[in-house]
Design a protein around this ligand. Structure first.
Ligand SMILES: Cc1cc2nc3c(=O)[nH]c(=O)nc-3n(C[C@H](O)[C@H](O)[C@H](O)COP(=O)(O)O)c2cc1C
Length: 269
């Protein structure tokens, strides 16, 4: 399965078959995780955690036997970096038939933090179960998906703009950026809130966070993790179109709507 296919087929999986994660799949994911860098150059330590040995679980997940968790030093852009690298792992897992769900809230956080031996200067923003999707979703999972309208996304022209925030960009006018922007649109986000916005200015695409949620904790912003996911979907798709991965933090100073914060720019040349 290609990255583009993985982006289209991935859904959160909360009901697993009960089959243990096969050692060869665990090995592939662990090896891939070592290579899953991010444009911020921030290192992240990934750990696969056996639920039988650790007693870890999530109240919304059934039938799993393994979780993956990542921890990193607190640093500027840690959230975007975490989102970027973890989504690369999620898409890799999807490509080998292993289901995942990003989990930031529905877990016993202190038990997970203990299991990864989190240090005082580190954060462990999210975890995910790893396993094989069950044939049928649990009732709880179906209700959760309905609750957050998990199968729908905001329209293209509601989140992407042509040169300025008051000029919606249609899919038809997006030109060479269409595949990468569409990949952003399809990305997963916390409570499916889709905080990403992008303004296309010729050979640059400026990304912004439209904050719709209160900051989850005092020290990190969960919607910046969503932004990292969006940047990963954009860059991975641009790469398949023969474009380089080329991000910079260089605010163009465009007028922005309320609660909207500049995050990063993808620049050709
Ligand atoms: C950063 C982040 C945190 C999330 N946290 C949770 C969580 O705590 N519990 C949960 O059940 N789903 C969680 N999700 C999954 C989202 O609800 C899900 O991605 C969204 O509803 C879209 O559905 P889809 O992933 O099937 O496309 C999280 C997703 C992201 C990106």
């Amino acid at each position: 399965m290609t990255t583009a296919e993985a982006i289209r087929s991935r859904r959160s999986v909360r009901t697993f078959s009960g089959e243990a994660l096969r050692p060869e799949d665990a090995q592939k994911i662990a090896a891939f995780a070592e290579t899953a860098d991010n444009p911020y150059g921030l290192p992240i330590t990934w750990m696969l955690l056996d639920t039988k040995k650790t007693g870890l679980s999530s109240p919304v997940i059934v039938g799993e036997d393994t979780f993956i968790a990542g921890k990193m030093r607190r640093a500027p852009h840690a959230e975007e970096a975490f989102g970027y690298s973890f989504e690369r792992i999620v898409l890799f897992a999807e490509s080998i038939g292993v289901g995942t769900t990003w989990i930031a809230g529905t877990m016993d956080r202190s038990a997970f933090e203990k299991a990864v031996s989190l240090a005082a200067d580190e954060v462990m923003p999210c975890v995910s179960p790893l396993g094989y999707p069950a044939k049928k979703k649990s009732v709880r999972e179906s209700l959760m998906r309905k609750g957050v309208k998990a199968d729908s996304r905001l329209a293209f022209s509601k989140v992407f703009f042509d040169g300025a925030f008051d000029r919606p960009l249609s899919r038809e006018n997006a030109g060479k950026w269409e595949p990468a922007l569409e990949a952003v649109r399809l990305a997963p986000s916390a409570v499916n809130r889709q905080p990403w916005r992008a303004v296309v200015c010729a050979d640059r695409v400026h990304f912004y966070e439209k904050r719709t949620a209160a900051r989850a904790g005092a020290d990190w912003d969960i919607q910046k993790i969503d932004m990292g996911i969006a940047l990963a979907h954009f860059a991975l798709t641009a790469q398949t179109c023969g474009l380089p991965v080329s991000f910079r933090t260089e605010d163009p100073g465009l007028p922005v709507p309320a609660n909207t914060e500049y995050i990063a720019t993808y620049a050709l040349g």
